[in-house]
Design a protein. Structure first.
Length: 280
């Protein structure tokens, strides 16, 4: 049993060792530079702000990165050690440094699980539909969707640039999604609930190419964290018409120009994760 657990949750399983080169080779084979994003990345506008949700002992500190993109390819994904697979992790700030990110947040921690649809930077890495996901298209729009009703190739054909597989969806068509206060994830290893006040990370779309990335601190005397319903309300208040919950807890991290903006896990120590979303 111990050997199985170590193999499944600790030992690195590398499927693609040089993801950036892999993506570049596929772009070259397709005779397109759309995946590169270098032509427009300097024009991305990033505005950081800090806010408080709630009062007294329930007050939580959260950080907002509002990003205005000229092209959605400026919003990129990167993997720990530039490798795709299970259990490959690095601190978000380390991954951000490796790619030269001006702004980054933790992603969906895809490497913790073996299922889900994972399209990153226009490339299919995994096609194992399992849950409610989010897809960001090349036209700059985002939507939440049921992975089990489609496939990675169908999404790619429809113009998918990034997909995220964690959840739940927080906001859809401008309204808070019903039932998010009952969602459970990853029940196989005892993480039966993501409810209550917790550190959180979320991505939301205000309109095409206009996004908000949000990280909420929690588990400390100075920031209680928020519930999923409260996170959804934060996203609504920021103007998001679509929003999706990413990995939270100790993973919730925002990095700006190499510095960690928030207080991860309530202690200020980053936790290794498998991926980030970033803007150069």
């Amino acid at each position: 049993m111990v050997g199985w657990a170590l193999d499944r949750y600790v030992i690195d399983h590398v499927e693609i060792a040089d993801a950036s080169a892999y993506e570049a080779s596929l772009a070259e084979a397709a005779d397109t530079t759309a995946d590169d994003g270098d032509d427009t990345v300097d024009d991305a506008q990033i505005t950081l702000s800090q806010h408080t949700y709630g009062t007294g002992e329930d007050a939580a500190t959260y950080y907002v990165a509002e990003i205005l993109l000229t092209d959605i390819t400026q919003l990129r994904s990167a993997f720990a050690d530039d490798a795709f697979g299970e259990n490959i992790i690095a601190d978000p700030s380390e991954i951000a440094e490796q790619v030269g990110a001006a702004l980054a947040i933790n992603g969906d921690y895809y490497g913790f699980r073996s299922d889900g649809i994972e399209i990153r930077n226009g490339v299919v890495y995994r096609d194992e539909p399992a849950r409610e996901g989010a897809v960001i298209y090349r036209d700059g729009t985002m939507e939440v969707y049921d992975e089990t009703t489609t496939s990675a190739e169908e999404l790619l054909d429809a113009g998918a640039w990034q997909t995220l597989s964690f959840g739940p969806a927080l906001v859809d068509d401008g309204a808070v999604v019903d039932g998010i206060d009952q969602v459970e994830v990853d029940t196989n290893v005892g993480n039966h609930s993501i409810q209550g006040d917790q550190p959180r990370t979320a991505i939301g779309m205000i309109e095409a190419n206009h996004y908000v990335l949000v990280v909420v601190d929690g588990r400390s005397d100075t920031s209680a964290g928020v519930t999923l319903d409260e996170l959804a309300q934060i996203m609504i208040d920021l103007g998001a018409t679509e929003a999706y919950n990413l990995d939270g807890g100790g993973s919730s991290t925002m990095v700006s120009d190499g510095d960690v903006v928030n207080v991860p896990g309530g202690r200020g120590r980053e936790r290794g994760t498998s991926d980030i979303l970033w803007v150069g």
